[in-house]
Design a protein around this ligand. Structure first.
Ligand SMILES: *Cc1c(COP(=O)(O)O)cnc(C)c1O
Length: 391
């Protein structure tokens, strides 16, 4: 059996994989089983923040592996405490709960919001408002939170207590807040899986105002937008927001599974003994790697992310075969005249690996991608979009 046949035979058929077997990588370059090198513009869906096999990250991870790989939360470990300290210092949040994925970080966020509101206002204040076209995860509760019917239909009944308002429509948001007994409002500042759609500052400020007026926790899902991806430490910082709850994952661990739910002053003491837990949460190997990611997201480094972003936007906006470019920082969606799948396929043949989101080409390169690799990738994408549009 070939490797791909083996996978198709035994691995659950939930993923449509690209026909490529990756065997190794270094920085923003990945190598397949044929020895072909690609420039990777996806970083494992925004996960390998500093690229493949990054030296600093690898050293911290292997050093911790040589000490102890896991202890459970029955014991103290330094990497976990240090990572929580860094996250709080960089955001002004007060407490961190560690999980293992984005969906789990959101589960924690939802529990915090519900407990806060039940204690403060009564148990009937359990509804979480999220947005149409949002994505918050694949567990049954985070699927409920996800405002896209296509994910829901086969798995009824989902967790009750979620309503969805239209993004960037302030009157619709106000009406929805008016009509429901809310425990929280949860938003992505740029809807990633929904097609890399940034929310407007006006809408986000309105959401924050409504939350403040009614003592509703403002919850920002930074699973994809977090940890430098947007050119800001967290995406909400680009919009001058002060959320009460922030969930994050993807890029935080630099390639190892970790999620985090950050709690601000309003909700810092909501969770107490026994309220929540995770066997793997705060794993010292994952946390040791994450510390090296967070420590390197300095203002200088983030300015470089914004500069690279500017280059991509400038080069691709108004290029032939490209309708528009959306996103923030190195989280970029490209609407091409030709179908996105065709563009991604041609790029792959020419040595550039891209992603899609909805009907767009999506880029989530490593935050430290060298200009040489970025230039090659962007020129390859521009050329493919042009050719496939017959221009
Ligand atoms: C990817 C993603 C999730 C889910 O994260 P998992 O680690 O796959 O559970 C949740 N929210 C947003 C905004 C995401 O992009």
């Amino acid at each position: 059996m070939s490797m791909m046949e083996l996978d198709r035979e035994y691995v659950a058929g939930t993923y449509r994989r690209f026909p490529v077997e990756i065997v190794s990588g270094q920085g923003s370059r990945w190598v397949d089983d044929q020895g072909k090198t690609y420039v990777d513009m996806g970083s494992g869906i925004g996960v390998n923040a500093f690229g493949a096999s990054d030296e600093v990250w690898r050293q911290a991870v292997t050093e911790q592996l040589g000490k102890v790989q896991h202890t459970s939360n029955l014991y103290y470990t330094y990497p976990c405490a240090r990572l929580a300290q860094l996250l709080c210092e960089k955001t002004g949040m007060k407490k961190v709960f560690f999980a293992n994925s984005g969906a789990e970080a959101n589960e924690c966020a939802i529990k915090v919001a519900r407990k806060y509101s039940a204690e403060k206002k009564g148990g009937e204040y359990f509804t979480i408002l999220t947005l149409v076209n949002s994505f918050h995860g694949r567990t049954l509760t985070t699927l409920s939170a996800t405002g896209q019917e296509c994910f829901h239909s086969l798995f009824q009944p989902l967790t009750p207590g979620f309503v969805h308002a239209e993004a960037n429509n302030v009157p619709a948001l106000e009406k929805c807040v008016e009509e429901n007994k809310l425990a929280g409002i949860m938003l992505e500042v740029v809807q990633g899986e929904g097609g890399v759609v940034p929310l407007t500052g006006e809408f986000l400020q309105a959401a924050q105002r409504l939350c403040r007026e009614r003592d509703i926790p403002l919850m920002i899902d930074e699973v994809q937008t977090g940890n430098g991806r947007t050119g800001y430490f967290y995406g909400y910082m680009a919009y001058d927001l002060q959320p009460d709850i922030v969930s994050t994952a993807k890029g935080l661990g630099g390639g190892l599974p970790i999620g985090a739910c950050l709690m601000g002053k309003k909700v810092e003491n909501v969770l107490t003994y026994g309220d929540h837990g995770s066997t793997f949460g705060g794993n010292p190997v994952c946390c040791a790697g994450a510390v090296t990611v967070v420590e390197r997201l300095t203002e200088d480094f983030l300015a470089q992310v914004r500069e690279k972003s500017g280059y991509v936007f400038k080069t691709l906006e108004n290029a032939p075969g490209i309708e528009n470019v959306t996103g923030l920082g190195l989280m970029i969606g490209i609407r091409t005249t030709a179908p996105a799948g065709d563009v991604v396929k041609l790029c792959r043949e020419r040595g550039v690996l891209c992603l899609t989101a909805k009907d767009k080409v999506r880029l989530l390169p490593a935050l430290n991608i060298p200009m040489e690799d970025l230039t090659f990738a962007v020129e390859t994408i521009a050329q493919a979009a042009k050719e496939l549009a017959n221009l």
